[in-house]
Write a protein that binds this ligand. Structure first.
Ligand code: ZN
Length: 383
C-alpha cells in the first residue's frame, strides 16, 4: 500500500551461491554476526538515550540490541540443531523524500537433494536445509545476510528515521527496526521464492520449496504444474495468486480479508512484476496486518502466518509435539541415542549432536531430561 506520499519498502535479494555477539537459547539458535566496520552501522558511537526497553547508550548498541531481540523472537519459534548465523550490516540504500528501502535480506546458500530433503530436485534455503539435514551443510558460511538502510534518519530526505525501542511503540513517523529485522529474517528463513518473477523461470530449472504452495485461483493450477509463461502470468494475477499449504490454511481463520473460502491466503501479485517483492510477501489485501506484508505500515512483533508458511516449507516449530531424545527423528529413541544424551550431559558430546533431548532449550541436558529420554526409550515416543 504505497500511498504515494510515504512508501517504505522492504526488499529481498536472492544470493546465488567478525564478530559474533549473541546467541539465544531458544529452540533454535540465531547468532548475529556484525559485519560493520569501526564507527559505523552496528558500531556507530553516536550517543543515544535508552528508549522503549532498549538499554543501549549508542546508536550502534541500540541497533544491535534490537536486532538480537528480533532474532531471539524467531529463534524461540523454530527448531534446528544447527546454529543459524546471520551476517548483518548497515549500508546506504535507496532513500529520498517520499520513499525509502528499509532493508534487504537473503539466504547465503541454497541446497537440493541433501540427506533429509523432503522432496527431490527442490531447492531449500540454507538454514532450513541445515535443520532438515541435522547438520551444517556449509559450515564455513553464514546462513543469512541482511543489510539495513543507514541513510534513513541520518542523511536522506525521508522525513522519519529508525525506532530502536523493543516495545513496538515508535513515535508517529519512525520505522520500527525490530519489525523490519523480523521481516527480513523471515525472508532469510525461507519466506521467498527463487522463481524469476519477470520470466517465471525457476532457478536452474528446479523447483524451490516456497513455490510448492502457490496456486493460481483462476484455474487452480499450481506453480509446480505451470510453464514459465503460465507462472509469469500468475505472478501478475492480482488477487488470484494464493498459498495453499496446509498449515497456513489451518491458521487462516485469523484473517478477515485476503483469504478465500478454502482458507487459501492471497500472495502479493501486483500487475507489474516487482523483483524482490512480488510473490515473496502476503498480499496487501491481507488483514489484519501480517509481518510479511509487502510494505511497512505499523509495528508487528509476531511472525503470524509466516510461521505456518515456514512449517509448510518443512521447518519444525518449537510448538510442535516432538519426541524427546529422538535425534534422527524416526519416532523411537534407541540405545545409541540414550548414550548420546548421557554424553552430552557429561560434556563429552555437544548439544549440537542432538538437540532433541534438550526439552527446555537451554543448551544442556539435565537429569530430568535424561529421565524423559529413558522413558521414551522404554515406552515409545508420545503419539
Ligand atoms: Zn519483504
Amino acid at each position: 500500500m504505497s500511498d504515494g506520499s510515504r512508501a517504505l519498502r522492504w526488499c529481498i535479494a536472492v544470493a546465488t551461491a567478525l564478530l559474533a555477539t549473541a546467541a539465544t537459547a531458544g529452540a533454535a539458535t540465531i547468532t548475529v554476526v556484525n559485519r560493520d566496520g569501526p564507527g559505523e552501522g552496528f558500531n556507530d558511537p553516536t550517543p543515544l538515550a535508552p528508549i522503549g526497553g532498549n538499554q543501549g547508550t549508542t546508536r550502534g548498541e541500540q541497533r544491535l540490541i534490537a536486532f538480537e531481540y528480533a532474532a531471539n523472537l524467531w529463534a524461540a519459534q523454530l527448531v534446528s540443531p544447527v546454529e543459524i548465523r546471520v551476517k548483518a550490516n548497515f549500508d546506504p540504500l535507496s532513500c529520498d523524500a517520499v520513499s525509502a528501502t528499509l532493508g534487504l535480506a537473503s539466504p547465503v546458500s541454497l541446497f537440493r537433494d541433501f540427506e533429509g530433503a523432503p522432496r527431490a530436485n527442490t531447492y531449500y534455503i540454507g538454514a532450513l536445509a541445515d535443520a532438515l539435514a541435522g547438520m551444517d551443510l556449509a559450515p564455513d558460511e553464514d546462513d543469512i545476510e541482511a543489510t539495513f538502510n543507514s541513510n534513513l534518519g541520518t542523511s536522506c530526505a525521508f522525513p522519519a528515521g529508525w525506532y530502536y525501542g523493543l516495545d513496538a511503540n515508535p513515535s508517529f513517523d519512525d520505522t520500527d527496526f525490530v519489525t523490519v529485522v523480523l521481516h527480513e529474517l523471515g525472508h532469510g528463513l525461507g519466506f521467498l521464492t527463487l522463481v524469476n518473477v519477470e520470466t517465471g523461470r525457476r532457478l536452474d530449472g528446479f523447483d524451490d520449496a516456497f513455490m510448492l504452495f502457490l496456486v493460481d485461483a483462476r484455474n487452480d493450477r499450481t506453480f509446480v504444474e505451470m510453464t514459465n509463461a503460465q507462472r509469469a502470468a500468475a505472478i501478475k494475477a492480482t488477487g488470484q495468486l494464493r498459498w495453499f499449504g496446509a498449515n497456513v490454511v489451518a491458521e487462516s481463520g485469523v484473517l478477515v480479508d485476503g483469504v478465500d473460502e478454502q482458507g487459501r491466503v492471497e500472495v502479493y501479485a501486483p500487475p507489474d512484476a516487482q523483483p524482490g517483492s512480488s510473490v515473496s510477501h502476503w498480499s496487501d489485501q491481507v488483514e489484519p496486518l501480517e509481518l510479511m506484508a509487502p510494505f511497512f505500515e505499523n509495528p508487528v512483533h509476531t511472525p503470524g502466518l509466516a510461521l505456518a508458511a515456514l512449517k509448510d516449507l518443512g521447518w519444525r516449530l518449537s510448538s510442535d509435539p516432538s519426541c524427546q531424545a529422538d535425534c534422527n527423528d524416526n519416532s523411537r529413541v534407541s540405545i545409541d541415542e540414550l548414550i548420546l544424551q548421557v554424553r552430552i550431559a557429561l560434556g563429552s558430546a555437544t548439544i549440537g549432536e542432538c538437540a532433541a533431548g534438550d526439552r527446555n532449550g537451554n543448551g544442556e541436558i539435565s537429569v530430568n531430561e535424561l529421565v524423559g529420554a529413558v522413558s521414551n526409550a522404554l515406552d515409545g515416543c508420545p503419539v
